[in-house]
Design a protein around this ligand. Structure first.
Ligand code: GLV
Ligand code: MN
Ligand code: MN
Length: 409
């Protein structure tokens, strides 16, 4: 019933739209870049060709709407994101947007009018950028603060300007775009990005919840000096203090099962072999289903970093980049999705998500749920990311069944 060929074709076309000067391997289509705008233009044309009414909301979210038979009912929202990380894969986000498009297009082609409208959404800037992450879904349910909109990052400009480039309207984000009751439910297909489905032998799974994430952007300031003549006791080496953060983060998360912590970006200045690092800008993030654990890890990292800075006479600034609470999806949503996964693929399992998703924001105002798809060797955020065409097709069938169940329920 679902057009498997079209789904696979769409995935390969979108994967080929990428930043020209990015790493040769994998797909790089970071939010706000020309390649991102080109990808969205292509998506908007696909939405229109599928018979959807296309718009971009004030939060920069690309939306394709299919009307329902009862004009008093709120929409069932389905979708994901078309931005990627640097050197990412072809499925993270893309599968969810194109799978949702396939559901809406199939409904339209078959003349199946649901009671609720369907909205296919490509959420703006889901992945981590220097301007923030989950930006479109945050704008949708909470608005964006003036302070956040004014954030100015070298090479990226302000968030307000970036938002205008993708068709958003920063001035309209003082209040949420949608409130409780405005969305019947939100469902997203996504690759699992981990090994659990593959290990258990299931193509699909129903997501039970999403981890909480805290992410900070930290600049540590010391003093550049000659690496040969400045003796060890007088150095103000910023990188030496950051090294404490990296090892403390690893140790703290290893000692707390179910948590992870990562220093993922590091910008060393002047970054030369014979100069003592005078300044380091880096990110640190912590994740867990239990926010107390996130807080405990952060405290451990902060204490080690602060002591390392005091010892070396370094100063620092800490800028919060992201703070999202863990989300537990409603049992009724998990059960509906679980049953649809079994119907589509013969089996299913329930599992939490270690990755962040827009569902954690939309879940604040509407029942939300996710369908996870088996991911080869659990690899993601890398060029090797892969989910098989048969599993992708099954996930769209499961979404189709879930949407029908929600429309009736
Ligand atoms: C999004 O992919 C995230 O989990 O960082
Ligand atoms: Mn991702
Ligand atoms: Mn994603």
């Amino acid at each position: 019933m679902i057009n498997a060929h079209r789904l696979a074709h769409h995935l390969s076309v979108l994967a080929a739209i990428r930043e020209a000067d990015a790493p040769a391997h994998g797909t790089t289509r970071r939010a706000f870049t020309p390649a991102y705008l080109e990808g969205r233009q292509w998506l908007a044309a696909r939405f229109a060709a599928a018979g959807l009414q296309v718009s971009i909301d004030a939060g920069g979210n690309l939306i394709g709407r299919l009307s329902g038979s009862d004009t008093t009912l709120p929409p069932i929202m389905i979708g994901s994101h078309s931005d990627t990380v640097m050197g990412g894969g072809s499925y993270d986000g893309a599968l969810g947007v194109l799978g949702a498009l396939e559901v809406a297009q199939t409904l339209n082609e078959r003349g199946m009018r649901l009671r609720h409208p369907i909205e296919v959404v490509d959420f703006m800037a889901e992945e981590s950028t220097p301007l923030g992450s989950l930006l479109g879904s945050t704008a949708m349910v909470a608005g964006l603060s003036d302070e956040h909109l004014a954030r100015d990052v070298p090479g990226w400009g302000t968030l307000a300007d970036a938002l205008r480039r993708v068709g958003g309207d920063p001035a309209a984000l003082k209040t949420p775009l949608r409130r409780a009751g405005d969305i019947k439910a939100y469902v997203e297909i996504h690759i699992e990005q981990g090994p659990r489905l593959e290990r258990a032998g299931h193509a699909l799974g129903a997501v039970t919840g999403i981890v909480g994430i805290r992410r900070a952007d930290i600049t540590c300031i010391g003093q550049p000096d000659h690496a040969g003549t400045a003796s060890m006791d007088v150095r103000r080496d910023a990188l030496a203090a950051v090294a404490q953060v990296i090892t403390t983060a690893e140790h703290a998360a290893l000692s707390r099962p179910g948590t992870v912590a990562t220093v993922g970006a590091l910008d060393v200045s002047p970054n030369q072999s014979n100069v003592i690092p005078g300044q380091v800008r880096f990110t640190v993030e912590m994740r867990s289903l239990d926010m107390h654990e996130v807080e405990a890890i952060w405290q451990e990292i902060y204490r080690a970093f602060d002591a390392a800075c005091t010892q070396r006479q370094l100063s620092y600034t800490i800028h919060a980049l992201h703070d999202s609470q863990p989300v537990v999806f409603a049992e009724s949503m998990v059960a509906t999705i679980d049953a649809a996964c079994v119907a589509a693929s013969g089996s299913s399992m329930r599992l939490p998500s270690g990755a962040g998703h827009d569902g954690s924001m939309i879940g604040l105002i509407a029942p939300a749920g996710m369908i996870f798809v088996r991911t080869l060797h659990g690899r993601s955020h890398c060029p090797e990311e892969y989910s098989a065409p048969a599993d992708n097709l099954a996930s769209v069938q499961a979404l189709f069944e879930t949407v029908r169940a929600l429309d009736n329920g």
